[in-house]
Design a protein around this ligand. Structure first.
Ligand SMILES: CC(C)(COP(=O)(O)OP(=O)(O)OC[C@H]1O[C@@H](n2cnc3c(N)ncnc32)[C@H](O)[C@@H]1OP(=O)(O)O)[C@@H](O)C(=O)NCCC(=O)NCCS
Length: 188
């Protein structure tokens, strides 16, 4: 199946309106509970990515997608550069066929190219096993604080325990600082 996907790594400024619309359409299908966020060309809910990994199908349809933005977060009072990762989705008809794994393999190469110490993402507990199988590590019991998604209103601060995961890129897992993760902004 994956040979039918044309993979592309795109900087945000290179995306056209039809690209944004195609991405938003797929995100709306992959996240049905939040499909009201992904309308028209609005293909992000919080922090706008700087780079996207996109798997294109025929006729300009997006089959897989992920966004990255480099940012500093504070962990236990220490500034840490991360490639914040989000908007991870595979078209529902292809879920469970290995496309998500391929998306994350390609994402690791992008994070390596960006030369960040770590990838960072926050996810629901039910999706932790997917990322763990693809090389990400859950920060057991970690607490993270971030600004709520713009699509849901103003930047109210939210705190979540669990589901915070890192991918060591140029850094070592054991060097990730102890303490609360403060994003001081939104997640991708
Ligand atoms: C989560 C998502 C991106 C995974 O992509 P996918 O193409 O379905 O995953 P894959 O088929 O490539 O699975 C890769 C591995 O993860 C495992 N896996 C996938 N989802 C899993 C889950 N929910 N629980 C446990 N394992 C899971 C697979 O069994 C596979 O393991 P293996 O290759 O070692 O046997 C996709 O299901 C999706 O888009 N879901 C809806 C949107 C979403 O929740 N996105 C994540 C937001 S944080």
């Amino acid at each position: 199946m994956s040979e039918d996907i044309r993979w592309e790594v795109v900087e945000e400024s290179a995306l056209t309106l039809p690209d944004h619309e195609a991405i938003a359409a797929m995100l709306g299908q992959a996240f049905p509970d939040w499909s009201h966020w992904y309308v028209g060309g609005r293909d992000y809910a919080g922090m706008q990515p700087e780079r996207r990994v996109i798997g294109w199908g025929a006729d300009g349809v997006v089959l897989a997608h992920l966004g990255i933005r480099r940012m500093f977060v504070t962990v236990g009072g220490e500034d840490v550069l991360v490639g914040d990762t989000g908007l991870v989705a595979v078209s529902p008809s292809l879920q469970g066929t290995g496309v998500g794994r391929e998306l994350l393999v390609r994402t690791k190469a992008v994070l390596e190219g960006l030369r960040v110490p770590y990838g960072l993402l926050g996810t629901g507990e039910d999706r932790v096993p997917f990322y763990a199988r693809c090389g990400w590590h859950e920060l057991e019991g970690a607490v993270g604080t971030f600004s709520a998604f713009t699509a849901d209103g103003v930047g109210v601060t939210e705190t979540e325990q669990g589901g915070w995961m890192v991918l060591p890129v140029e850094g070592q897992l054991e060097d990730w600082p102890d303490g609360e993760i403060m994003l001081n902004g939104q997640q991708v």
